[in-house]
Design a protein around this ligand. Structure first.
Ligand code: T1G
Length: 653
């Protein structure tokens, strides 16, 4: 092996058997920064000119090949050499260029690989074009070269979904040419040597395989419907389905489209979410604090929530001991958990071996003492203070003093539960969202006495559960439900002021919510909020505006979809506007002497966003939420706020 040549701060190369092996080393993900592009350009010029070199291999340092363009450079003027310029030089080099995919090749990273003449992947590699998740389209040839390699239907699926595929699937699709059984770079060097002197397969010159136009139109229509007004997926469909045109024309259209989308509000919102997700688990004061080791998790209460938490824990590799009130209830809980695991097998998310291994790590009991081996116990029992407190007092007697105790309560004060235990410093809240094995969001509730390493343990467990943790302080409803209550209140004010449930829901759905607020309310049932309002009635501020419409509906037995009637009627299960509700709303207005007026969709959305934003500002001022972007993550991941709008706090910026 020759000495190493440094072509830039992040790109170096050595020569092995006449092949120039180029390594990109730009921590943390080898993003194609301007230094990487500059180094690659210099490397290619060197390779072209050096008579003794027969080929080039490009690989990445660490666990990523290239994690894409440097998103942090977006919003700044594009600096030469641009990625498309470097990619064109790769494709047109007179010598073979082989990509050695040592890890994730995403976005611009895959586009670099697509321009190479051959692609070898390590088994752990993954490839994808996730640009639509950032509100943009691939901007360096992805929409034009991928269809040339794998056909329009497969390219359409990957580019509009933004999903990554593992190496084996990439091989089957034709994105990679070889899986390296042994040393990846050696395999790539051999491939380059075999290709030397032979005509090179240049992706850009390939003809796109014919495909079923009707099928493509059907797929495109489905993608557009799902995009709910987002621009990037629509543009990706357009660019991919029109890729059977001269390469230069397609590349020019793609680049122009990418630049427009990159500077759009939608892309700024999705970049905000991307970085927010990576910020949320960084908690001030926890740097260097070691989490307590957790291998076995106890779960008390094996109902809907508890069984979902158990499935998430089993899927993350934990052992789970489930506790319920009786042996029969525990057995029923076990059946519920196994049933969910079987659903994962049926959907292909879990293979038979995985199913057996997870089942083997599950045990259930009705005996408290059986929880003794647990390093963490999560309670998901009935949301009543006395019930939870007495359970924690029982657990104090059976689990180790250093084991962590977590409550999944939605509305109770975890500090009151902690205060009743012997070691309040080991208590925190882990507020899962139902279904717990599906929803990514996890509110990690920091109580006044929660020890730093206990909070760090909560965050570490959240990460292992592949959840999105957001730390919250203690307040009724934490971050999500407090904001939800605020905008539900605002929606009910709008009803009194002149709007109707279906108008408010239509405005929210046009804005990008998957479902309107009153439709969600009917699905969840009106009785939960009704019980809370009755609990709070005695202490409610008499001077504060209070809307009685929901109470009137509940008193009339209109408890929601399950009751067949709520804010809407459900004559045959289909949600329909109910004149009876309109009458109830009109009577409420008359009773308060309100002259109703009509509201535009824009006005409705502004009022709703305003209410969310105000409550968000209050949460920040009270120190309940650490940063505005955390609030955005909670509302996007727990309450359907459209990610391409960035969240309630971003939408106000
Ligand atoms: N640019 C800049 N920073 C990035 C980055 C990127 N592409 N990807 C990750 N980071 C940062 C991230 O903010 C975090 O920073 C650290 O790296 C570790 O990230 C032309 C235009 C590659 C699978 O969308 O999917 O190419 O918090 O925690 O779990 O057509 O990062 O440490 O300060 O996620 O090991 C397309 C995005 C870009 C891929 C690694 N590429 N990244 O996961 O680490 S657009 C993407 C990921 C594009 C072209 C277009 C993941 C990963 P900090 P991490 P990880």
């Amino acid at each position: 092996m020759s000495e190493t040549i440094e072509f830039s701060a992040t790109v170096s190369a050595t020569t092995r058997n006449g092949v120039l092996v180029v390594t990109i080393d730009n921590a943390p993900v080898n993003a194609t920064s301007v230094d990487v592009r500059d180094g690659l350009e210099k490397t290619l010029a060197h390779a072209e000119a050096a008579a003794g070199l027969t080929g080039v291999v490009i690989t990445g340092a660490g666990k990523t090949f290239i994690g894409g363009a440097d998103i942090k450079e977006f919003g700044k003027p594009a600096m030469d050499p641009t990625l498309p310029a470097v990619i064109e030089k790769i494709e047109n080099l007179s010598k073979p260029v082989v990509a050695a995919l040592n890890g994730a090749a995403l976005g611009g990273g895959l586009e670099v690989a697509l321009a190479c003449h051959y692609r070898v992947a390590a088994p752990a590699a993954q490839v994808g074009l996730p640009e639509v998740k950032l509100g943009i389209v691939p901007g360096a040839g992805g929409t034009q070269r991928l269809p040339r390699l794998i056909g329009i239907p497969a390219a359409l699926d990957l580019i509009t979904s933004g999903r990554s595929v593992k190496a084996a699937e990439a091989l089957k699709l034709g994105i990679v040419d070889e899986l390296a059984a042994g040393d990846l770079v050696e395999a790539a060097i051999s491939a380059a040597s075999v290709l030397a002197g032979k005509p090179l397969r240049r992706t850009g010159e390939l003809t796109i395989a014919l495909s079923d136009t009707a099928e493509i139109e059907k797929t495109s229509a489905r993608i557009l419907a799902k995009a709910r007004g987002q621009k990037a997926p629509a543009e990706a469909v357009r660019l991919v389905t029109s890729s059977n045109r001269p390469l230069a024309e397609g590349l020019a259209d793609e680049r122009a489209t990418f630049l427009i989308l990159r500077d759009s509000r939608e892309a700024a919102a999705l970049r905000h979410v991307f970085f927010a997700e990576r910020e949320s688990s960084k908690v001030e004061g926890l740097e260097g604090v070691e989490p307590r080791p957790v291998r076995t998790i106890g779960i008390c209460g094996l109902g809907l929530m508890g069984s979902g938490i158990a499935v998430a824990a089993l899927g993350a590799g934990y052992s789970v001991i489930g506790l319920d009130q009786t042996a029969e209830a525990a057995e029923k809980g076990k059946e519920r958990i196994i049933g969910l695991l079987e659903r994962n097998v049926a959907s292909g998310r879990l293979d038979q071996t995985g199913f057996e291994a997870q089942k083997a790590r599950l045990s259930v009991t009705a005996t408290d003492a059986d929880l003794a081996p647990c390093d963490l116990v999560v309670e998901a029992v009935f949301d009543d203070l006395a019930v939870k407190t007495s359970l924690f007092q029982r657990l104090d007697k059976v689990i180790r003093p250093d084991a962590v105790l977590a409550t999944n309560t939605s509305y109770l004060n975890p500090e009151e539960i902690a205060a009743a235990t012997v070691h309040p410093e080991r208590v925190l809240g882990l507020h899962f969202f139902s279904p717990a094995h599906v929803m990514r969001l996890l509110e990690v509730v920091r109580c006044a006495k929660t020890a730093p390493d206990v909070l760090a343990t909560g965050l570490a467990v959240a990460k292992k559960l592949r959840k999105l943790p957001v730390v919250t302080g203690v307040t009724e409803g934490f971050i999500g439900n407090r904001i939800f209550s605020a905008y539900r209140r605002e929606a009910e004010f709008l009803l009194e002021d002149g709007a109707l449930p279906h108008e408010i829901d239509a405005a929210l759905e046009d804005y990008g919510f998957p479902m309107g607020l009153f439709a969600v309310y009917d699905m969840a049932g009106l009785e939960i909020a009704w019980a809370r309002r009755k609990r709070q009635a005695a202490t409610r501020d008499p001077s504060a505006r209070y809307v009685e419409i929901a109470d009137t509906l509940c008193e009339a037995g209109r408890l929601g979809q399950k009751a067949g009637r709520g804010w809407y009627a459900y004559p045959d299960g289909r949600r329909t506007i109910d004149p009876e509700v309109t009458t109830i709303i009109e009577a409420a207005r008359t009773k308060k002497g309100i002259t109703p007026r009509t509201f535009s969709k824009t006005e409705i959305v502004e009022r709703m966003l305003g209410a969310m934003g105000l409550e968000g500002e209050a949460l920040l001022a009270e120190g309940i939420a650490a940063r505005a972007s955390d609030i955005d993550l909670v509302m996007i991941n727990g309450y359907g706020f459209p990610a391409h709008k960035g969240g309630p706090m971003f939408s106000r910026s």
